[in-house]
Design a binder for this molecule. Sequence first.
Ligand SMILES: Cc1cc2nc3c(=O)[nH]c(=O)nc-3n(C[C@H](O)[C@H](O)[C@H](O)COP(=O)(O)O)c2cc1C
Length: 369
Amino acid sequence: MIRPLGARLHEELGIEVPIVQSGMAGVAVPELVAAVSNAGGLGVMASLRLKPDAVRAAIREVRDATDKPFGVNIWLHDDVRTSPDPASIPDDVVRGSQAVLNEFRPQFDLPTTLERPPAQADLVDAALDVMIDEAIPVFSAGVGIPDADLVERFHQVGTKVVCMVATVEDGIAAVANGADAVIAQGSESGGHRSYGQKHRHENEATGISSLVLAPSMIDAVGTECPVLAAGGVVDARGLAAMTALGADGVLMGTRFVATKESGAAPMWKERLTSGDRTTSLTDGFTGQWARVLSTSFTEAWASSGAEALPGLMQAAAGSDLFGAAKKANDDQLQPLYAGTGVTQMSDVPAAGDLVREMAAEAKAILGQA
Ligand SMILES: Cc1cc2nc3c(=O)[nH]c(=O)nc-3n(C[C@H](O)[C@H](O)[C@H](O)COP(=O)(O)O)c2cc1C
């Protein structure tokens, strides 16, 4: 018997519609988060690389715009939490990476360089402190599992903890550490792979398809906590299908990038809803594996065989180039994160309408209307 849509998440997180909008840096702005939460889903703000004051200000902005539950997301990856020392990166790795970036720098009149990037500020712990101080409704962990002490600190202030993982083993570990819900991230997903350590090769990083990972996760931890499915879901059919597999809800990233309230550039929204939308995994933009729209940069990076710098040092090394591309609205030299479900998207709806319509249609598909 298929459970009534959203019943378990309503109980666990207090939301009406079992749709979670992913935390997405630069995209999941307070306006999007509030629109999703006000429609009955769970809007999730991104806080990676934000300074503590900015995290607090954004939380307060969301609170001003909704009295419904919302979440705040951050990555807990080992090499992001404690930034690698630039001096520890071998010279040939720095030069190999910079050589590929140098092929593109002249397009924006940027000087070429073979230098290593400066040390990165370590902002994760400070952001976590702000979230706990603000007693946010939901903490969303990605790209790494919260340890039991961190989960306990959130629980003490009444915050629920949801954790996104890409393997059943990580799901079991997250639940053992006290997570209140697990999100199974399938290989279709846009953005970064949700592992706490980097897999060296693309093949190992790719992961398991949602169709296989979600039921495996449900079998492993579904009696202990709700399990949501992520990766490739962009419409009511996806929500109904994941519900039929036993999932308690879905998390969507790519679909929400192309909504009216998203902070993504209009060019990105257009690229997600028309034309060629081939995706590939690359570590050339940030240093961690992520699914993006394939571009001349992802192709040049892959064929170069260059090794990405660790942590987020690759993003730091290329910040001049990727920043200039963003400013110029260039669609080849900045990461346009997208999951494989992108080919089924053709419009840019208001986020609240999307949430309400998806829930109503999924209920009709499941015969629960
Ligand atoms: C633009 C974009 C940014 C993302 N940023 C984050 C992030 O900051 N933190 C995180 O945990 N996951 C992030 N993700 C990954 C999502 O949490 C999720 O795994 C994925 O979007 C689900 O697949 P879908 O894109 O097919 O819906 C991002 C995804 C996208 C598309």
